[in-house]
Design a protein around this ligand. Structure first.
Ligand SMILES: Cc1cc2nc3c(=O)[nH]c(=O)nc-3n(C[C@H](O)[C@H](O)[C@H](O)COP(=O)(O)OP(=O)(O)OC[C@H]3O[C@@H](n4cnc5c(N)ncnc54)[C@H](O)[C@@H]3O)c2cc1C
Length: 416
């Protein structure tokens, strides 16, 4: 073997998986097809305090632009629900610098990083050892390094190659259930309060929501994501993400009055939700966006991806060093990441589907009925970007059942 573990993709998840594989004794190679870490960016860079901690980073000026403590949820009719978490709940980061920090941490643990190196296919070798239960199928990974074709041999490949994962295809693993198209600009925007993000559910972004995330009081990241099944119409032009974004910027009265035109940055990308049934096969693990681990309620993939990456790195290293890279051995990863995240992602998908299908009129009623001091207190105390089920449970068992029954119908009961 040239390597025990090869990680394909040096995004935040790949760097974390590589670091954990090295920490567990493996010889690790991390491949990145681009010539620079953290670029191009396909993200809003809104990370919960928990997400930053999960990545084992301390918030610092090196990557944090701004801290936010809550959200204004804007109903389609213009009413606003203020949710004030009272303390820092999330950071707005430079994804470029954040990704680089994680890559440096991997290098410090002895990971070898190869830029301008694209994985383009692999073959699984013959069974090398067949003694007892142990099996080892070396993986011959074909790569293009600086344009030159090479083959490297490894025990385990970790596919951290994002939403379009080629490693998933090479390994014959299913893709995530759905990919939400997202679009965003960074632009001059006079924030109402730069300690708060703004969320706009409803027909501005069918099936999901639009957002503004302040970098400071004068510049925000303004974007949206869509549920293709709900947003796409026969006329593709009138259902493209850019169509919805232009409409949002020019016709939402709140946004229009604060956005002064132009842009400093433009981002498009897909958000994979609904992990496939299997995220391992012989010699291969999938993690992060490649495994559809983004949260269906917020589109955030860093917290969940980092959580799963640490397990992936550890199991990949242990399996490689034991000389057993069979799918059966690697399935411990599948089991463990689902134990930690599976329930939350399932509940998140139900919330995503329920909220996404509400019409503007229903959203106006729902948001209006949540705007009472006692309900806002519950949301403030228990709202959690990473674990929406906690708030849903608290709401369900709060003393506001009649009001909430009216707002959510039987939906809350179907969640648990
Ligand atoms: C518009 C938008 C906004 C978002 N906002 C947020 C947010 O605010 N907060 C949040 O937590 N998440 C957000 N996300 C999701 C987040 O960006 C992803 O979940 C996260 O980047 C996933 O990390 P990853 O390492 O799995 O994949 P990626 O970050 O996509 O990294 C994959 C890496 O693999 C490399 N690669 C791909 N194929 C190959 C190959 N064959 N060989 C070598 N290298 C390869 C790519 O170049 C890339 O560097 C957003 C996504 C979008 C689209």
């Amino acid at each position: 073997m040239n390597y025990d573990v090869v990680v394909v993709g040096a995004g935040p998840v790949g760097s974390t998986a590589a670091r954990y594989a090295a920490l567990n004794g493996a010889k690790v190679l991390l491949l990145e097809e681009h010539q620079s870490i953290g670029s191009p960016v396909g993200c809003t860079g809104l990370l919960s305090t928990r997400a930053v901690a999960e990545c084992e980073l301390k918030p610092s000026d090196e990557f944090v632009f701004n801290s936010v403590r809550g959200a204004f949820v804007h109903a389609p009719d213009g009413q606003s629900l203020p949710i004030d978490g009272k303390q820092t709940k999330a950071y707005v980061v430079s994804r470029k610098n954040f990704d680089r920090k994680l890559a440096v941490m991997a290098l410090e643990e002895g990971v070898e990083l190869s830029l301008r190196t694209r994985a383009i296919g692999f073959e699984k070798g013959n069974l090398e050892t067949g003694t007892g239960e142990k099996k080892s199928y070396p993986v011959k990974l074909r790569i293009l390094r600086n344009g030159t074709l090479e083959t490297i041999s490894t025990s385990v490949v970790i596919g951290a190659d994002g939403v379009k994962s080629r490693i998933a295809s090479y390994a014959g693993l299913e893709k995530p259930a759905r990919v939400l198209p997202g679009i965003q600009i960074e632009a001059p925007y006079a924030s109402e309060d730069s300690d708060f993000v703004e969320l706009f559910p409803g027909s501005s972004a069918p099936g999901f929501f639009a957002w503004t995330v302040p970098i400071d009081e004068k510049i925000s990241r303004i974007g949206l994501a869509l549920e293709p099944g709900l947003a796409y119409k026969n006329d593709r032009k009138e259902s493209s993400p850019i169509y919805y974004l232009e409409k949002f910027l020019s016709s939402n009265p709140h946004v229009k009055s604060r956005y002064s035109g132009g842009m400093l940055d433009f981002v498009v990308g897909g958000i994979p939700i609904g992990p496939p049934e299997r995220t391992v096969s012989d010699g291969v693990l999938l993690v992060g966006d490649a495994a559809g681990q983004a949260k269906p309620t917020s589109a955030g993939g860093i917290y969940t991806g980092a959580f799963a990456a640490k397990i992936a790195g550890k199991i990949a290293a242990e399996a490689a060093l034991e000389g057993n890279n069979s799918a059966q051995r690697l399935s411990e990863y599948d089991l463990l990441w689902r134990k930690g995240l599976g329930k939350e992602l399932d509940i998140g998908m139900k919330i995503h589907d329920y909220m996404g299908r509400l019409e503007d009129r229903q959203l106006n009623d729902l948001i209006g009925s949540l705007n009472t001091p006692s309900i806002l207190k519950i949301i403030t105390e228990h709202g959690d970007m990473d674990h929406p089920s906690v708030l849903m449970r608290k709401l369900m068992f709060s003393g506001n059942s009649l009001r909430l029954m009216k707002a959510f119908g039987a939906f809350l009961k179907t969640l648990f």
